[in-house]
Ligand binder design. Structure first.
Ligand SMILES: Cc1ncc(COP(=O)(O)O)c(C=O)c1O
Length: 344
């Protein structure tokens, strides 16, 4: 991987903003024009640690990866945007996105004026290595892979991911937002594929979507560029603290994951047996995608009765497909009863 060639010239040349808390977290802090009085008794009168030291230390233990290979952002969505800004020259470069997948990859491309080379995942929703190879040109900087994939729910084949990374001179962003719901066959990309950025989030299995915490594990030089370009204080104090708490409370989190996995099986079985539903896709995530001729009618019926699911019918190869997130057992009962009633 030749990062000198991959990273935008202006990003390589720029100096990061040197924030006060970047340099000092302790002492008599008269350097950042903060209010010295902790009026709410929360400690939030101080700016957050822009280097996320405590959280990265904890993530480092959790993933058994060096601290310098970990970046934390304000949600994965911030990381996606930063990666575009580091690698893609607006108006010139392009990215490859196998679809259907998470919509923000494309939205962030549009925002950054980067063109998208879309291709279809194959019939099993796996990336087609040949098709991807044919799309790549010298201006292709990123390939987006999502595993388990949203909205299809399946894990991507790790040998194919590795093959794609090995045969690409740019960066593969491997989005593992739903990894905790899958049997994790994630390989050690850090040591085997230096051009892969593995991205995770606290928004799904760890139950902290409202706090906006995403992170990625990658080559140290990539992490350095991420810390150079991010806004200094994008991840607030409370989020950093709660993320550590969630990692320390693994037992509590795991119990909820177990519940969601057994609920996923229950919802999957119900949908598979329901007349009128033509296909239910196997899921390694906390949602299930299914196909029905009456997709719009069912979607509206559920909505009218207070249950909101996601209509994914306009995505590539997902005609008449709806995605239902796994809720609490009680919520799932309500949704399933309504679906049963709809088809009666
Ligand atoms: C595949 C995938 N990646 C990333 C995200 C966003 O994660 P975050 O909340 O960390 O920004 C989502 C949210 O739905 C997602 O489905």
């Amino acid at each position: 991987m030749n990062l000198d060639k991959l990273v935008r010239e202006n990003v390589r040349q720029m100096k990061a903003y040197s924030s006060a808390r970047n340099m000092h977290l302790d002492g008599i802090l008269l350097d950042a024009n903060e209010n010295p009085f902790d009026i709410e008794g929360s400690g939030f009168n101080r700016y957050p640690d822009p280097n996320h030291r405590d959280l990265r230390e904890r993530l480092s233990q959790y993933h058994n990866a060096p601290v310098e290979n970990i970046f934390v952002g304000s949600g994965s969505d911030e990381i996606i945007d930063l990666i575009y800004r580091i690698f893609c020259i607006p108006g010139k470069d392009n990215v490859v996105i196998p679809e259907p997948t998470y919509g923000m990859y494309k939205v962030a491309a549009e925002l950054n004026d980067v063109s998208v080379k879309s291709c279809a995942l194959d019939d099993d929703f796996q990336p087609d290595t040949e098709v991807i190879n044919q799309l790549i040109n010298p201006d292709t900087k990123l390939i987006f892979l999502c595993s388990p994939n949203n909205p299809t729910g399946n894990l991507l084949n790790s040998e194919r991911i590795k093959y794609i990374a090995d045969n690409f001179d740019g960066i593969v962003l491997l989005d593992e937002a739903y990894a905790e719901f899958a049997i994790n066959d994630s390989i050690d990309y850090l040591n085997t594929c230096p051009n892969v950025i593995v991205m995770r989030t606290f928004s799904k299995a760890r139950g902290l979507a409202g706090l906006r915490i995403g992170y990625c594990i990658a080559d140290k030089q990539i992490i350095d560029f991420l810390y150079r370009v991010k806004p200094p204080y994008s991840l607030n104090c409370y989020s950093q603290k709660m993320a550590i708490k969630a990692l320390n409370n693994a037992e509590k989190v795991n119990i909820k994951i177990e519940t969601l996995l057994s609920e996923r099986l229950r919802v999957y079985k119900f949908l598979s047996q329901q007349e009128g539903i033509d296909r239910v896709f196997q899921s390694d995530a906390n949602f299930v995608l299914f196909r029905t001729d009456k997709s719009l009618e069912l979607f509206n019926y559920l909505k009218k009765n207070g249950v909101i699911i996601r209509n994914r019918s306009t995505q590539l190869n997902l005609e008449n497909c709806l995605r239902i997130t796994i809720g609490t057992p009680e919520e799932n009962d309500i949704a399933m009863n309504l679906i049963r009633k709809f088809y009666e």
